[in-house]
Design a protein around this ligand. Structure first.
Ligand code: UTP
Length: 300
């Protein structure tokens, strides 16, 4: 069966970006001038997804407004001949986007479970907004390609350093040969030195609908939340789950430093900003170096 539906969970509290996320969804924070969730929706569309369900929660109205037609704005841009900007506004307005509310932020697993009626008995994709992946062939399209050949649930992974393994869900592959690996086990945020591998789960999944049997058990896991990783672990006991090391540069926009790095990298790709930004960065570095050498001379 073809993968045509995708879930984008966006009902989390976004505590790492407080106070910005008190009244504004984390998913609407812009990288240069585009909200992070739009990058994710564009990846889904470019991967052949036809229906998207966004799981929202309290205070997330701005997401629905963002993907709605804004007739007044579109009319004004047309009248003013600002067609480039109009294009950027219209880019995602032609895909079917549906919304469902997660009544309480009980965890990622619970958010996915909330969308079960929309998915029905089909394989589906999950994309998390914390990672933006840049690649010629979109990350999700690579996973769908693997699904089409195996009909197995596929988890998108990339290698991280030993120090970083504690921040991610990590897979224990049966055999590390090639990019597609059968999964032996999954561990959510392993303690230092306990990680079974360096393959971290990166917010892109293709899942078979049987996952809902395990999400429906509502078992609490790490952090007292219903974890998707735990349900996948259960699923793996009944039907084998695979991991695929996808190609592409990954930007971690779910935490502050990654968000700033991504903003700089994406701004440097924009011809109208590149030179100005490079001049600014060079000036900043020179000032910092000067200040440091003055300080070290004073200390001598
Ligand atoms: P995160 O833990 O990265 O998001 O969850 P968060 O909870 O919003 O952020 P912090 O950690 O407090 O800063 C991963 C994804 O799962 C969604 C989030 O919106 C995010 O896209 N999520 C998480 C839900 O939809 N519901 C939940 O109950 C928890």
């Amino acid at each position: 069966m073809q993968v045509k539906k995708a879930i984008i969970p966006a009902a989390g509290l976004g505590t790492r970006f407080l106070p910005a996320t008190k009244a504004m969804p984390k998913e609407m924070l812009p990288i240069v001038d585009k909200p992070t969730i739009q990058y994710i929706v564009e990846e889904a569309i470019a991967s052949g997804i036809e229906d998207i369900i966004i799981v929202t929660g309290k205070g997330k109205r701005a997401i629905e407004d963002h993907f709605d037609h804004a007739f007044e704005l579109e009319d004004t841009l047309t009248k003013k001949g600002k067609f480039d900007i109009l294009d950027s506004v219209l880019k995602t307005s032609n895909v079917e986007i549906h919304y469902i509310r997660q009544k309480q932020p009980l965890g990622l697993g619970h958010a996915i479970w909330s969308a079960r009626k929309f998915i029905g008995d089909e394989p589906f994709a999950v994309l998390l907004g914390d990672d933006i992946v840049e690649n010629g062939e979109p990350c999700l399209a690579q996973l769908i390609n693997q699904y089409n050949q195996t009909a197995k649930s596929i988890i998108g992974v990339q290698k991280v350093s030993d120090e970083e393994t504690q921040r991610y869900g990590i897979i224990d592959p049966k055999l590390e040969s090639g990019k597609l690996m059968e999964v032996n086990d999954l561990v959510e945020k392993p303690s230092r030195g306990m990680s079974p591998s360096n393959y971290a789960i990166m917010g892109r999944y293709i899942l078979n609908p049987e996952i809902f049997n395990f999400l429906g058990e509502h078992k609490l896991g790490t952090g007292g939340e219903i974890q998707l990783t735990d349900a996948i672990q259960q699923l793996n006991k009944h039907q084998s789950v695979y991991a695929y090391e996808f190609e592409g540069k990954r930007f971690d926009v779910g935490e502050k430093f990654g968000f700033i790095e991504t903003t700089i990298e994406f701004a440097l790709k924009r011809p109208e900003l590149r030179e100005k930004l490079l001049d600014f960065l060079k000036k900043k570095i020179t000032e910092e170096e000067l200040e440091r050498s003055l300080l070290s001379n004073k200390l001598k």
